[in-house]
Design a protein around this ligand. Sequence first.
Ligand code: PMP
Length: 362
Amino acid sequence: MKVADYLLKITPYEGGKPIEELQRELGLVDVIKLASNENPLGPSKKVIETICKIAVNVNLYPDGNAYYLTQKLAKHLGVSDKNLIFGNGSDEIIELLYKAFATNQNDEILYCYPTFIEYRIIGMAFNKKIIELPLKDFAYDIDNLIEHINENTRIIFINTPNNPTGTLTGLDDILKIINKASKDTLIVIDEAYYEYAKPSTHYKELLDLYKKENVIILRTFSKAYALAGLRIGYGIANEFIIQTLNRVRPPFNVNIVAQAAAIAALDDKEHLKKSIQTNEEGKQFLYEQFNKLNLFYVPTFANFILFSTPIDASIVYENLLKEGVIVRSMKPYGYNNFLRVTVGTQKENEIFIQKLKKVLHV
Ligand code: PMP
């Protein structure tokens, strides 16, 4: 079977082993996963009740237009229902963006790196020319990015807070990029971690950028809303962009359970508040511990922290794994001396620090 050369260059996304499998292999009862920036509190009780109720309907196709969820979210955000699109995770929306807007041979995709790896993987699957510029001090280097915008730049990805560094790109810098880019360049503002960063950002002004001709804002229910396993994310953009994306969207892309659960998650404001608070407290605890251990870390606006290790990070990673703590290796991103840890519950954070100390012999 022939496969295109450009597809053979892609390294498939590597997920970890199931936790139960690791427990069995390591002979450990407790394994904690702080690797995928999931919400450590689990879903809200209201979400669980809703999922149980909707279970009797899973013989039916979902509503392809996600009518009730669209109405709910439009009201919640203060936008029109015509400004929203849902995806099977915001991952899927990224793919739809390529499908709809990067359709010419010469199109270039531009962003700073390390950032969310899917921009690269999907770009390679569409055989696009990808321009990856280095981060500066762990954050998007706006001046350099602006210098690289040209008439072929078709999509610019701005991930704020940026995964894996947790740094923000401010409104002024985003406006500079929008002003430099032509109207045929789509500016994607990926705010997957926005709920955690909200108090620190000009979020209202940022949200208003959706009214621009060539901007889309991406968000997800996977993080602060704790629905990663259901795969649901959304985009906010002007009607033309949304209509264009709908032309290439599979008709039943967001399943019936995810739609109902997202409505329930939006309703449970307490759970969201608690999730953000747990993250804030966890962050402060981990900062203190890193300081005590004299470990460098990047202050974060999200629910994960990038930190460096005094010895080879891959050894620390492997030894933490043997101790039943899964973090994220940064080797695939070229950050050989760094690991990324998701902020967990207080108990998980304590176990992580205890095991880290053991592994570092301190
Ligand atoms: N954007 C960023 C920056 C992410 O970190 C993630 C998930 N790790 C996503 C998008 C995709 O989120 P999902 O597909 O779960 O909505």
